[in-house]
Design a protein around this ligand. Sequence first.
Ligand SMILES: [Zn+2]
Length: 550
Amino acid sequence: MRTLLASAMALSLPLLAHAADTIRFDGKRLSEQVKTLSSDAFEGRGPATAGEEKTIAYVVAQMQEAGLQPGGDLKDGKRQWTQAVPLLRAEIKGTPKLSLTVGGKSETLSQGEQVAIRAATDGSTSVDVKNAPLVFVGYGVHAPERQWNDFDGVDLKGKIAIALINDPDFETGEGDFGGKAMTYYGRWTYKYEEAARQGAIGLLVVHETAPASYGWATVKNSNTNTMFDVVRDNPRSVHPQIEGWIQRDAAASLFKQAGLDFDALKAQAQKRGFKAVPLKDATFSASYAVDAKVITSHNIVARIEGSKRPDETIIYSAHWDHLGVGLADASGDTIYNGAVDNATGTAALIEIGRAFAKAPRPQRSVVFLNVTAEEKGLLGSEYYSSKPLYPLARTVAVINMDALDPFGESRNFTTSGSAQSELLDALVDEGKAAGMTYVSDRHPEAGYFFRSDHFPFAKRGVPALSWGSGNDWVDGGTEAGEAAGKDYVAKRYHQPADEWDANWTFAGMVHDLPILYRLGNDLANSTRWPQWGADSEFRAIREATAAQRE
Ligand SMILES: [Zn+2]
C-alpha cells in the first residue's frame, strides 16, 4: 500500500512541481500588508474592539482581491467571511480575600505576591470557599498510556489540589514523559483540566522558574488580570472553580508547617507509584466576586473548494489579534502594534491564499483561517476546533504561521515543538528540497508546541504544526540571526515597539513561503492522510476517527 501510494505520488510530482515553480511571493506586498495591519489606526488589533472591525474589513478585502471565497459561518445557505467566536470575559472584582490555615493558625495570602488566582471561568460569579482541605498531587498527571496516575486512590471532591509544573521527568531528564521535553501533561492548562475531571474545587500550580520556563513576574502579570475563555457548553468539565499559582517558597513553607518536606515530596512525585499526600490540618479559603460577561469576536475564514474531494480539507492558519491598547512604554506609546506578532503571519496567509487561487484548483479544499484571541490563550483556534466549520476527522493537516521573520533569507527553519508526525517529515523534505536545514525546537522544555494555534487541532488528533523562521542567516550566519532574535524578545516582543520597519526586506518570507505552499499543495492534490508518530499522545485520538477517512 505504502509503495503504491509512493509511486502514485512520484508520478504526479513533476506536474505539481511545475505548478509550484511558478509560485512567486511579492516582498513589497507582504511589507505593505504588515505596515497597514500594524499601523496605529488598527489600535493593536484587540478582539472585540474597533481595531477588530478594521482588521476584518482589511483582511477580507485582501482575501477577496486575492481570489478566495468566503468559508465562514453559514447564513441563509451562504458562507460568510467570518466565524463568530463568543468569548467569556471574567475579572475578579476588587481584591480577593485569600488565606491558608494550618493547625488552627490563619495566614492571609496576597494576590500577586504568594499566589496568583485567576478569575473563575467555570461560570461562577462569586467564589466563597471556606477551609477546603489541601492535597499534594505531585505533577497532577493521569496518563493511562504511560501507566501513570497521580490521583490513584484519592478523592478530591470539595478539596484544593496542589501540583508541580512541567512533567515528572523534567528534572531527572529521563523517564516516560519525553525527558527534558515537555509533554502536554506538563502544561498548567492540562493540570487545571485534569483537576476539574477529578472533581476538585481548585488547583494551585507551584511556580518554579526552570520547569515553568518563565519567572514569577510573568505568572503574576498573566494570571491576575482579565481572563478570557471560549464559551463552553459545560465549563465545569474543564475548569475547576479556583485556578491559580502559588510561589515555590510559599508552598515550601506551607508544607513545612504541615509537617512535610517539599523537596522530598517532589522527588517522590518524580517516581512511578507516587501517592497523593493530604496536607494534614491545612486548609485554603477564598472569597471574591467575579464580573463575567460574553463578548463576541471573529475568526476570518476564506476557502478554495476542492475539485475532486471538497469534503477533505487542508487548513493554513495564523492569528490576526494582538494585545490592543495597554500600558505605556518608556516613550509613552500605548498601542501594541503587533507587526511581527502576527501581522507577518496574517500577510503570509493572504499571500499563500493568492498562490492557491492562481494555481489550478486543488483536488481537496483549502481553508485559510485567520483566528482571533491567540494572545488570550489560543481561543479562536480552540473555538474553531471545538465547533469546526469543516469536519476535523476529514481535515488532513493544519499548517500554522506565527511571528515570521521579516528580514533576509535563512539557511534553516524550525517548528514550535518537534512532535513527530508524517506532516513534519513532509515539511522537512520540502525544506530540504529548497536547500534548507530543519532545526528541531531548541527549547522543548518550554512547551512551545502547546502555545501555538496548531495545538487545539493537535489535541483533537489533527496532524498540525507551527512553522518557525530560521536563525542561520545567509547574510551574517547564526550570529546575526541569534542577535536579531534576542533583540526582538528584549525590545519588541509583546511591547508597543513591535512596529513595521521600512528596512525590512521580507526576503526570508519570500524564500520560505513557497515551502509552506508546496507542503499544503502536495497534500491538497493527494489522497494521503499524514499520521502522528508511534509514541505521540495524539495518535490514538486520530485513529479513533479512522473510519471516517476510508
Ligand atoms: Zn503570535
